[in-house]
Design a protein around this ligand. Structure first.
Ligand code: TRP
Length: 406
C-alpha cells in the first residue's frame, strides 16, 4: 500500500475509534483498546494530575498520598492547583460528592470515590456534602419515587460504613432536601443554560422527556456553598472540590461555565478512571450484570468463584507458554484490581514483575486478589452492620456542623 494511502487509512481508523468511545453520565463504552484516558482529557479539556501535584498534596496534608493518587487512578483535575494555593494561604474549602441510588447493593467500583473522599476529608480536615440523587434515578430508571427514596437510604448506610466523620458530613437526598436556597440556585443555573447547550453537553434529543433536561441543575448546585445555608451561611465564596469518576465531568463543565455568570466560584474537580468489569477494561462495572462485578454484599465464596471464573486474565494459555512469554499486564484484570486495592507498593511491584516474567501464574495472582478483596468486603460488611437507622437520620439531619474546619 502506498504511504499516502496508509496515512488515509490510519486517519480513518482513528476516526472510527473516536466514534466508538462514548463517555457521559449515562453511557461508558470504550473502543477496542479500552478507554483512552489521554483522549478524554483532551476532549473534556481537563488537566492531568502529575507527580508534582501529587507531591504537593502530600506536603500540604503532611501525610503520604492515597494509593489512588500515587497510582494515577485519580488522573485528572480542574483547577486543583488554584484551590490548593488558597488552602496554603489558610483558606479552607468543602468537598462535594454523590451517588445515584439505582441499586440495592454497591459494587467495589462504587466505593472508590467514597474511599477517596474519606481520605481527602481526613487529610484536609474539611466538611463534606454527599448528594443522593434519588430524583435522577427516578427519571432515568424504571423506579417509583418510593423505591428510589428507599434505595437512597439503603445506599446511605453503605456510604456511612466507609467511615465518614459525622461532625463534618452532611448527607442529603434530593427528594427530601431540595427547596429554599438550593432551589433558588437551581433556577439561577437553569436560566443560564440554553437547550442548545444542554444537547451539546449531555446529548439529549427531542424524544427525551423534559425531566431529564431539567435535572442537571440539581447536580450542579451543591457546588455552591449558598445552597446549604445551614452549613455555610455567610461563606458564599467558599471553594468546593468535587471528587468523582470522569463520567460526571459534563455536569460540572456546565456548572463551571455558569458559575461566574451568577456570581459564584467555579468548583474544582478531581476525577478518577473507571473500575473495570471483571471481564475486562472495555467498560465500567455494571450494576445490572451480577457476574461483571464484585458486590459489597458478596460472600467470600462468591468472591472466590467470580474472580476465578470471570476475571479476565492476561496470562498465556498453557503453563509452558506462560513461563516462556509471561503475562500481558495491560489487559489483566486481577492486576488492575490489585492496583486499586493492594496497598503495599512493594508487594504490588513484586507481583507485577514475577507475573510479567512468567514466574507467577494467573492462579496465584488471583489467589492474592481473592484474599485482598475478601478482606475489604468483610470489613465493609462489618462496618455496615453497625450502621443504625438513627445514624442515618443523624447524618441526614439538616443541622450545622460544629467545628467543621477544626
Ligand atoms: N450522578 C451521580 C450518579 O449517578 C450522582 C452524583 C450526584 C454525583 N452528585 C455527584 C457523583 C457529585 C459525583 C459527584 O452516580
Amino acid at each position: 500500500m502506498a504511504a499516502a494511502e496508509q496515512g488515509v487509512d490510519a486517519a480513518r481508523k482513528e476516526e472510527e475509534e473516536e466514534e466508538e468511545q462514548v463517555v457521559n453520565p449515562w453511557e461508558v463504552s470504550a473502543g477496542k483498546g479500552g478507554i483512552d484516558y489521554d483522549k478524554l482529557v483532551d476532549q473534556f479539556g481537563c488537566q492531568r494530575i502529575d507527580d508534582a501535584l501529587v507531591g504537593r498534596i502530600a506536603r500540604l496534608t503532611g501525610r503520604p498520598p492515597h494509593c489512588f493518587l500515587r497510582r494515577g487512578l485519580f488522573f485528572a483535575h480542574r483547577d486543583l492547583n488554584e484551590l490548593l494555593d488558597l488552602y496554603e494561604k489558610g483558606e479552607k474549602f468543602y468537598l462535594y460528592t454523590g451517588r445515584g441510588p439505582s441499586s440495592e447493593a454497591l459494587h467495589l467500583g462504587h466505593l472508590i470515590p467514597f474511599m477517596f473522599t474519606k481520605y481527602l476529608q481526613e487529610a484536609f480536615k474539611v466538611p463534606l456534602v454527599i448528594q443522593l440523587t434519588d430524583d435522577e434515578k427516578f427519571l432515568w430508571k424504571n423506579l417509583t419515587i418510593q423505591e428510589s427514596k428507599r434505595l437512597a437510604r439503603e445506599n446511605a448506610k453503605d456510604i456511612i460504613a466507609c467511615g465518614f466523620d459525622i461532625e463534618r458530613t452532611f448527607i442529603f437526598s434530593d427528594f427530601s432536601f431540595v427547596g429554599g436556597a438550593f432551589y433558588e440556585n437551581m433556577m439561577q443555573v437553569a436560566r443560564c443554560v440554553t437547550m442548545n447547550k444542554a444537547i451539546g453537553i449531555f446529548g439529549f434529543n427531542l424524544e427525551d422527556h423534559i425531566g431529564k433536561v431539567s435535572f442537571p441543575p440539581v447536580q450542579a448546585v451543591p457546588s455552591f456553598p449558598s445552597s446549604f445555608p445551614h452549613l455555610f451561611a455567610g461563606k458564599d465564596q467558599l471553594r468546593c472540590l468535587i471528587p468523582c469518576a470522569v463520567d460526571q465531568d459534563p455536569y460540572f463543565r456546565m456548572t463551571r461555565d455558569v458559575a461566574p455568570r451568577i456570581g459564584y466560584q467555579k468548583p474544582s474537580l478531581i476525577e478518577s478512571r473507571f473500575f473495570p468489569a471483571l471481564q475486562g477494561e472495555n467498560t465500567k462495572m455494571s450494576a445490572s450484570d451480577a457476574n461483571s462485578a464484585i458486590y459489597v454484599t458478596d460472600s467470600a465464596k462468591e468472591i472466590k468463584t467470580k474472580v476465578n471464573k470471570y476475571a479476565f486474565s492476561g496470562g498465556q494459555d498453557s503453563i509452558e507458554l506462560h513461563r516462556k512469554l509471561g503475562a500481558n499486564l495491560d489487559v489483566d484484570v486481577p492486576i488492575k484490581y490489585l492496583n486499586f486495592f493492594l496497598e503495599d507498593d512493594d508487594e504490588l511491584a513484586h507481583i507485577k514483575k514475577e507475573y510479567k516474567e512468567g514466574r507467577m501464574l494467573t492462579g496465584e495472582v488471583k489467589q492474592r486478589l481473592i484474599a485482598v478483596l475478601s478482606e475489604i468486603v468483610a470489613r465493609h460488611q462489618r462496618a455496615r452492620s453497625q450502621v443504625t437507622e438513627e445514624m442515618v437520620d443523624a447524618f441526614m439531619a439538616v443541622r450545622p456542623l460544629p467545628n467543621m474546619f477544626g
